[in-house]
Write a protein that binds this ligand. Structure first.
Ligand code: S3P
Length: 173
C-alpha cells in the first residue's frame, strides 16, 4: 500500500536562500518530474507576494496555508517540492513529509550563506531589518529542524546545475 520509493515525491528543505527552488527545478527537469514551489503556490492563493501576506494576514495564517499545501502536494506522486525555510518548524509538516516523501536537506555553511545575503533581502520578511548577528542565530537555530533524520547534502561549492547532478546521482531513482 502507498507509493513505491520511485514514485514518492521529493521534498527539498533548508534555510532561506540555499537554492531550494533553483536546484529543485533543475532536479525536476533531470528526473522528468513536476516541480512545485510551495512559496509560489501560497503567493498564488493569496494573490500577493509573501512580505504582503505576512503584513496583511500575519505569520500564523501563512504557516497554516503552508501546511495545507505541503500536505496536498506531498501525497501526490512524482513531485519535486521546494518548501520555505520555516516549514519544518511545524512538527506536523515534518511528519507529513517524512511519511510520504523523500526529504533532502540542502545545506550550506554560514560562511557561504552570509556572502549571499545581498540577493535575499527584499522578499524575505524574516530577514528584513535584522542584524547579521540576529540572522546568524536564526540560521543556527533552524539547523536543528532540518537535521533530524534527513539525508544532508552540502552544496557550498556547487553551482546549481552541479548540485542538481549531485542530488540526482545520490537518489539513484
Ligand atoms: C521563511 C522562508 C521563506 C518563506 C517565508 C518564511 C522562513 O522561504 O517561506 O519568507 O521562515 O524561513 P525560502 O526558504 O524559500 O526563502
Amino acid at each position: 500500500f502507498g507509493l513505491s520509493i520511485r514514485e514518492k515525491s521529493i521534498v527539498c528543505i533548508g534555510f532561506m536562500g540555499v537554492g531550494k527552488t533553483t536546484v529543485g527545478k533543475l532536479l525536476a527537469q533531470k528526473l522528468y518530474r513536476n516541480f512545485v514551489d510551495i512559496d509560489a503556490e501560497i503567493e498564488k492563493e493569496f494573490a500577493m507576494p509573501i512580505p504582503q501576506i505576512f503584513e496583511h494576514y500575519g505569520e500564523q495564517v501563512f504557516r497554516a496555508k503552508e501546511k495545507e499545501l505541503i500536505e496536498k502536494y506531498s501525497q501526490q506522486p512524482l513531485n519535486i517540492i521546494s518548501v520555505g525555510g520555516g516549514a519544518f518548524l511545524q512538527k506536523e509538516i515534518q511528519d507529513i513529509c517524512m511519511n510520504n516523501c523523500i526529504v533532502l536537506f540542502l545545506d550550506i555553511s554560514w560562511e557561504s550563506w552570509k556572502d549571499r545575503i545581498h540577493i535575499l533581502t527584499d522578499n524575505r520578511p524574516l530577514l528584513k531589518g535584522r542584524s547579521l548577528e540576529d540572522i546568524k542565530s536564526l540560521f543556527l537555530e533552524r539547523q536543528n529542524s532540518y537535521s533530524l533524520n534527513h539525508s544532508k547534502f552540502q552544496i557550498d561549492n556547487f553551482k546549481a546545475e552541479e548540485a542538481a547532478d549531485y542530488l540526482a546521482d545520490a537518489l539513484k531513482l
